[in-house]
Ligand binder design. Sequence first.
Ligand SMILES: Nc1ncnc2c1ncn2[C@@H]1O[C@H](COP(=O)(O)OP(=O)(O)O)[C@@H](O)[C@H]1O
Ligand SMILES: [Mg+2]
Length: 429
Amino acid sequence: MSEFDIIWHRYNLKQNPYFTEPLTIEGSIVPIETLVGRDKEKEDITTNISLGGGTRFLVIGEAGVGKTSLVNFVRARARKNLFFSPINEIKVQDDWTPTLLVIDVLQNIYSETKSHGIKIQNNNLLKTLEDLFELSRIVEADDINPEAVLSISLSQATRLYEDLVREIINAGGYKAIIIHFNNLDNLDEAENYDKLFNNLRDFFQNKHSIFIFVGSEFIYNIINYRPKVRQIFVNVPIEIGKLSINEMKMLIKKRISYMRIGNRDYIEPHSEEALKLLYTLYDGNARDILNSLSTSVQHLKDRNTPTFIEEVKLKEILFNVANEMLLKKISPNEQKVLNEIIRLKKTTNSELANTLQKQRQHISSYLSKLLDIRAVKVDFIEGTKKYYSPTAEALWLKFKVTEKEIKERRTKELNKIEQVQQSLKKYLG
Ligand SMILES: Nc1ncnc2c1ncn2[C@@H]1O[C@H](COP(=O)(O)OP(=O)(O)O)[C@@H](O)[C@H]1O
Ligand SMILES: [Mg+2]
């Protein structure tokens, strides 16, 4: 337990209930069963999986809505029903070549066989895999092109995959192998999709394997325009939308009930209004909401009593953090551009040049600064058009507390003071 956890002890919580990491199969801070809602999506993914080997599909949605956690949840259940699936999702690498992708998959399922106590009968296969992984560990430590050193062709790697899969299925009587590729949008350039998928058609055809690809909603656009790539995905994509406000409340309640210390009463650090405010700001995005709550509690003064985060407090803290982190680092012109991006939500260089009456090359230099300090992100690319939007942190700048709100809070405090004084008078005479 780190020093940092002390903050949460004041609330009678073991640790930060607003963590933003996905839920994992083996359970991280809280068990995977704490996943809330998603009944329909769980069913859709389960139905696809139950089709067995040869199934390949996309799970898409905005970053932070809960895709990875959901797919992990369904995989955890499938693993209890004779599906073989590596504990960890496989993160898509932007520098993958087709062969390196296959080797990463091989490595993942091979280490999973060990934890299941599955013995590979074919000694030659076993020896080859051991040697290959040893070599790739050496190569990874050095800063050299792994593809060149590994000197294994794509068709050889694919053969190894087929043989290993056959061994696993036979040894454990599994229905199929589930491979979960996470963050497919890491392949930012459209050509990368061609490069990988066009070359991996044979690999993906494996009749014992189910491939699940998780990524942002925009990858679907890229894939849709590339018929050869599209053909890889035999099932319709499953779209993951936002959680409802009640599900969001439930999500936090469940976490807190796991994190409370002993049987003591816990204190929920935030007010319902604060949560609602964030829910609206982020249109229900779970990760952005949790990250904002986490940030606000961490910026409270370290008192001996737990401080409650109500609406105005939340705004004050988050605005100040964004002010320090972003506004103080930029010029008035860059601020203007940032404000305009926040107002427009999603925009391009030429639109900004238009609405701000400035030259495009000036906007470009402001944009590169804003990207640099992470006030702005490239949301997606459509042909040659880049769409920019504010980062989750930049949206805290919308929380500038008004004079009226400060006055209202002061009035509330004054009323409370009066009440306390009356109670004291009554008690002490
Ligand atoms: N249905 C859910 N139940 C419980 N926690 C969730 C749920 N959806 C998302 N979360 C939480 O929200 C955060 C973001 O989820 P994650 O799965 O990482 O999103 P994505 O993969 O879409 O970016 C994580 O901390 C995760 O634990
Ligand atoms: Mg994810």
